[in-house]
Design a protein around this ligand. Structure first.
Ligand code: G4P
Length: 522
C-alpha cells in the first residue's frame, strides 16, 4: 500500500480563463497515453470530445461547468488530474476541488501575467498550504520580460519563485528553453505533432552558440547568471512546504516545455498528504479507509438521470461492496459500482488508494463535505462557503410544480452550486452566487432535471455574513434590530444580509461583540 500511495500525484491545473489550462491538460493526457491526437488542440475537437464537458449546458456554452477527474499512468506514477471549471462564475467549484488535491499547477499567460482569477486561486492554495508549480504559457507569442514576470508573480501571488527553466527569446524569435533543473537545452520546433528533442549541451560550450546563435547564447548565459544570483538554489522541501513555487516556461499549444514540466512535476510533487479531520489528523498510510465528498455532479449522462458524488480517498484502501459508515447520517452504505473517470469515459473499479478519486452513485444521500469511514466517527473539514457576491429572490414560476422546485433547489444547494438563504422576515428564498452565469445554470438545471420552473426577482444586497457572538443578549438585540435583514443558511445558521457596505461597517461599529464572518467556517 505504501508504494501505491507514494506513486500517486493528485493535483489540479488552475488558471485565469484563457491562459491555457485546457490545452495543457490535454497535452498531459497525451503524454499519459489517454488521448492519441497529438496536439491537435487548436481543436475545439478535443475540447468537445476529450475533456470534461459533461453537462449539456457546458456543451452549449463551451465552458467547463463541472469538475471532472482524469487519471493516467506515467513513468510508474499514477497521475490524477482534477479538472476545474475555467469560468470565474464557477470559482467556488474550483475552490472546493482544491480541497481534494495535494498540489497544483498554475498556468499564467506570458503576455497577461497575473490576472484576477490567478490571484484568487493562489489565495485558496495558500490557505491550505498547497504546493504550486507555475507554468508560464504562450512563449511563442510576444509576452513580457521573464524577469518582470517573475517579479510580478512574487509580488502578486505572495510566494517566492524559482525558475527551473529559462526561455531563449519569445514570440517569433522564440528558440527554446534551457532546462535548469536538468541542465539540458530544449530547442523549439513549432510542430504540434511531435515532442521536442532534448539536447544536452554545456552552457559554456561553443555548441550552444552553434545551436541558438551567438547573441542569444550569450544573452542566455547572462540571464542564467542573473537567475542564479537572484534566486537561491532550488530545494524540493521548500516547494513541498509551499514556500517556493518552481517556474517553467513553454507553450502548451505547441507542446513545448510540457513534458519537462510533467517529468519534473511527477518527481517533485507530493504524494497524498495527511488530511485534517475535526477530531484528528488522518495519515494516508492508515490501514482503515476514510474519505470525503468534495463534489457532487448531476446528469453526467443526460439519458440517465444520475448523480455522482466524488470521494477523495484519504486513508486506507477503498474496496467495492464493502460496508462503510456515512458519518453524518450514521448509516452503513455500500457501493456496488464505484467508478473511475477518464474525461467522458468511466469504468467500474474494485479498489482505490489514498489520493484517488472515486465516483459514487448518489441518490441524494450526500452533501459536500460528507465523510465516509470504516466506522470511526470523524469529520473532514471542507473548504468553507464564501460570502456570495450576487443575490436574487427565487420564485416559483409554475405553481403545479412547487414540490419539484423545492427538491431541485435542495439538491442543487447540496451540490454546492450556489447558496440559499431564507429571509426570516418574509420567508422568501434568496439565492447567492459568485457570478451571473450560475443563475442561468440553476434555472436551466431546474427545468431540465427537475421539471420545475423558477423566476428571478431582484434583491438589493451587498454581502451576506455569518454572525456569532459570546454575548447572547447582544446577538439577540442585533437580530431584533435587523430583523428585516436576518436570514438562515441551509444549515440553519444566522446570516446578516447587508444591503450596503456602509450598513455593514456601521453594524460592525455598533455591535462590537458580534463577529461578522465572510466564510461559513469559523
Ligand atoms: P483555458 O482552459 O485556460 O481557458 O485556456 P485554453 O486552453 O482553452 O486556451 C485558450 C486559448 O489560448 C486557446 O485559443 C488556445 O489555443 C490558446 N493557447 C493555449 N496555449 C497556447 C500557447 O502556448 N500559445 C498560443 N499562441 N496560444 C495558446 P482559442 O483561440 O481561444 O481557442 P481554439 O479555437 O484555439 O481552441
Amino acid at each position: 500500500m505504501n508504494n501505491e500511495i507514494k506513486r500517486r500525484r493528485t493535483f489540479a491545473i488552475i488558471s485565469h480563463p484563457d491562459a491555457g489550462k485546457t490545452t495543457l491538460t490535454e497535452k498531459f493526457l497525451l503524454f499519459g497515453g489517454q488521448i492519441q491526437v497529438a496536439g491537435a488542440v487548436k481543436s475545439n475537437k478535443i475540447k468537445k470530445t476529450a475533456t470534461s464537458d459533461w453537462m449539456e449546458i457546458e456543451k452549449q456554452r463551451g465552458i467547463s461547468v463541472s469538475t471532472s477527474v482524469m487519471e493516467f499512468d506515467y513513468e510508474g506514477y499514477k497521475v490524477n488530474i482534477l479538472d476545474t471549471p475555467g469560468h470565474q462564475d464557477f470559482a467556488e467549484d474550483t475552490f472546493r476541488t482544491l480541497t481534494a488535491v495535494d498540489s497544483a499547477i498554475i498556468v499564467v499567460d506570458s503576455a497577461k501575467g497575473v490576472e484576477t482569477q490567478t490571484r484568487k486561486l493562489m489565495n485558496v492554495c495558500r490557505m491550505r498550504n498547497t504546493p504550486v508549480i507555475i507554468f508560464i504559457n504562450k512563449m511563442d507569442r510576444e509576452g513580457r520580460d521573464p524577469f518582470d514576470l517573475l517579479d510580478e508573480l512574487e509580488q502578486e501571488l505572495e510566494i517566492k519563485v524559482r525558475p527551473l527553466s529559462w526561455p531563449i527569446n519569445q514570440g517569433q524569435k522564440f528558440k527554446g528553453v534551457y532546462n535548469i533543473y536538468e541542465n539540458k537545452l530544449n530547442l523549439f520546433t513549432p510542430d504540434k505533432q511531435r515532442v521536442t528533442e532534448k539536447i544536452e549541451v554545456d552552457i559554456d560550450s561553443d555548441e550552444l552558440d552553434g545551436k541558438v546563435g551567438e547573441s542569444d547564447a550569450s544573452k542566455l548565459r547572462e540571464d542564467l547568471e542573473l537567475v542564479d544570483g537572484v534566486y537561491p538554489g532550488f530545494k524540493v522541501e521548500d516547494y513541498r512546504s509551499a514556500e517556493v513555487a518552481p517556474v517553467f516556461f513553454g507553450s502548451a499549444l505547441n507542446n513545448f516545455g510540457v513534458q519537462e514540466l510533467l517529468d519534473c512535476f511527477v518527481e517533485i510533487a507530493p504524494s497524498p498528504k495527511p488530511t485534517k479531520a475535526e477530531e484528528r489528523t488522518v495519515e494516508p498510510e492508515e490501514a482503515k479507509f476514510s474519505g470525503f465528498i468534495f463534489k457532487i455532479t448531476a446528469n453526467i449522462d443526460p439519458n440517465h438521470r444520475s448523480c455522482i458524488a466524488f470521494c477523495k480517498v484519504c486513508s486506507g484502501k477503498f474496496v467495492r461492496n464493502q460496508p462503510y459508515l456515512h458519518v453524518r447520517l450514521d448509516k452503513t452504505v455500500r457501493f456496488s459500482s464505484p467508478t473511475q473517470f477518464m474525461a467522458q469515459r468511466k469504468s467500474t473499479i474494485d479498489e482505490a488508494y489514498p489520493g484517488d478519486i472515486v465516483g459514487l452513485p448518489d441518490n441524494g444521500i450526500f452533501k459536500i463535505g460528507d465523510t465516509l469511514t470504516e466506522g470511526e466517527k470523524i469529520h473532514f473539514r471542507g473548504l468553507p462557503s464564501f460570502s456570495p457576491e450576487m443575490f436574487k429572490y427565487i420564485e416559483n414560476a409554475d405553481p403545479m410544480k412547487s414540490k419539484q422546485l423545492q427538491k431541485g433547489i435542495d439538491q442543487l444547494m447540496d451540490e454546492g452550486v450556489a447558496q440559499l438563504f431564507v429571509n426570516q422576515f418574509n420567508g422568501r428564498k434568496i439565492i447567492g452566487t459568485v457570478g451571473q452565469l450560475q443563475f442561468e445554470v440553476i434555472q436551466y438545471r431546474l427545468e431540465n432535471e427537475y421539471n420545475a420552473k423558477c423566476r428571478w426577482e431582484p434583491v438589493h444586497l451587498y454581502k451576506a455574513c455569518w454572525i456569532e457572538s459570546d454575548n447572547q443578549a447582544e446577538l439577540e438585540n442585533f437580530k431584533k434590530r435587523k430583523y428585516q435583514y436576518m436570514a438562515k443558511d441551509k444549515d440553519g445558521r444566522d446570516v446578516f444580509l447587508a444591503d450596503s457596505g456602509y450598513v455593514l461597517s456601521m453594524a460592525q461599529e455598533d455591535f462590537k461583540d458580534i463577529r461578522f464572518h465572510f466564510t461559513s467556517e469559523f
